[in-house]
Design a protein around this ligand. Structure first.
Ligand code: T4K
Length: 383
């Protein structure tokens, strides 16, 4: 190790903490005119003008036909299952954030975990068929890290077995393939606009749906099932996005392209600096023509000198707060681990990835020097 390298890696009190992500926020002054409008109209929620404008603006930006806004991605997932009247068993991935499977339990549905495939860590279509039973009604895959699932193979299985497909597309804002927006696939797809997401509205979410009739049902479901003052057609929930949040979304949309462009540069610099580091595998893209660089996952392979967890702790010692998305697997949490499909032998690829993954910091305000600081922590063990 030369003198320069050691200087760079010694932790100092001057080193600022770097988190796995940091929300992209527009200049506060730009938000004030929106707030003034809300203060003057006194329309705070229940489908006001900003809500309406954001739905339209997001459809245009994302290249989708119909979209229903939600207070967060989890309520969008729970409601999507209600909207399609899903019951029984649903095939899903263990390699995701807990909200994916929790949305099934909240609907009294049994999750059936199927392993992921090693390149994308998305649900492996080859393994889905063996998990289908007479109780199976749907498949809920996740476009993990914003990398598209094998949507054609999944749809083929769904068509053969008459199953619905609901994509948890929480990570996939703005992602496109040659066929257009990845959000168009499946019967429904849900987005999250949480603070940690590429496009954030503090909290927020949406369901992308194929036709006005389905959107109308979803709109009823997110508003207690109310159709009008005296008519309630379903036991709906309160999933509405409020006007402050919707206004913020409209402002965020004006800045999203610059945020995505910076993410792309960060992704490229990480790849350039890491591609020759033995024992570190960067997850590639999965055929998207437009990526969103929502996460930067690396897999710490057996030939890297220290374990994933040792590296994770080294990062923390240096004030770099990387995250192990997704460890533990959902199937390892107490409410799932008793299910036959949760057994590790059924999920070898997901188990292995979960034990090796680290998500490195990626967000628009991350500087090139920050990236070098992160990479140096990885490379110092290789010398
Ligand atoms: N499906 C999938 C596949 C998902 O990944 C998620 C959410 C959902 C569904 C559900 O969507 P939502 O209902 O959340 O809309 C985070 C998020 O809370 C969660 O939204 C996200 N996935 C999950 C992958 O990550 P944590 O526990 O890692 O968050 P937290 O608070 O530790 O934040 C991570 C870092 O971000 C912090 O270290 C610093 C930074 N941060 C975070 C927040 C909240 C900020 O700088 N400011 C903030 O306000 O779960």
């Amino acid at each position: 190790m030369n003198a320069n390298t050691s200087l760079r890696v010694i932790p100092t009190s001057a080193e600022e903490r770097i988190y796995v992500t940091q929300p992209h926020l527009p200049p506060l002054a730009e938000f004030l005119p929106y707030l003034e409008k809300i203060w003057s109209s006194k329309v705070l929620t229940n489908g006001g003008p900003f809500h309406h404008q954001l739905e339209k603006a997001l459809c245009d930006y994302l290249g989708v036909e119909h979209l229903a806004l939600f207070a967060n991605g989890t309520l969008a997932l729970v409601t999507a299952l209600q909207a399609l009247r899903i019951t029984g068993e649903v095939i899903t991935t263990p390699y995701s954030f807990v909200a994916t499977a929790h949305s099934l339990l909240w609907n009294g549905i049994k999750p059936v975990f199927v392993d992921v495939e090693p390149d994308t860590l998305n649900l492996d279509p080859v393994k889905i068929e063996a998990a289908i039973t007479p109780q199976t009604t749907a498949i809920m895959p996740v476009h993990c890290y914003g990398h598209p699932c094998d949507v054609e193979a999944i749809q083929k299985i769904a068509d053969n077995y008459n199953l619905k497909v609901i994509y948890d597309a929480a990570h996939a804002f703005g992602v496109q393939t040659e066929a257009g927006s990845v959000l168009q696939h499946g019967d429904l797809a849900i987005l999250s606009f949480h603070a940690t997401k590429v496009f954030n509205t503090f909290e927020g979410g949406a369901i992308i749906c194929p036709d006005p009739k389905t959107k109308q049902r979803i709109d009823h479901l997110k508003n207690f099932g109310h159709v009008d003052e005296v008519t309630v057609v379903a036991p709906g929930i309160n999933g509405k996005m409020n006007e402050v949040t919707a206004a913020f979304g409209l402002l965020q949309l004006q800045h999203i392209d610059e945020a995505l462009a910076r993410r792309k540069q960060i992704d490229a610099l990480y790849r350039e600096l890491l591609h020759r580091v033995p024992g570190i595998r960067c997850l590639g893209n999965a055929g998207e023509t437009v990526a969103n660089h929502a996460y930067f996952p690396i897999l710490v392979e057996p030939n890297y000198p220290i374990s994933r967890d040792a590296l994770y702790h080294k990062f923390r010692e240096r004030e770099v707060i990387v995250r192990r998305y997704f460890y533990p697997l959902i199937s390892d949490f107490p409410m799932y681990r008793g299910l036959p499909s949760a057994h590790r032998d059924n999920l070898p690829v997901a188990s292995d990835a979960s034990a090796r993954v680290l998500c490195l910091p990626i967000y628009p305000a991350l500087s090139d020097d920050d990236i070098r600081r992160v990479v140096n922590i990885i490379t110092e063990h290789c010398q």
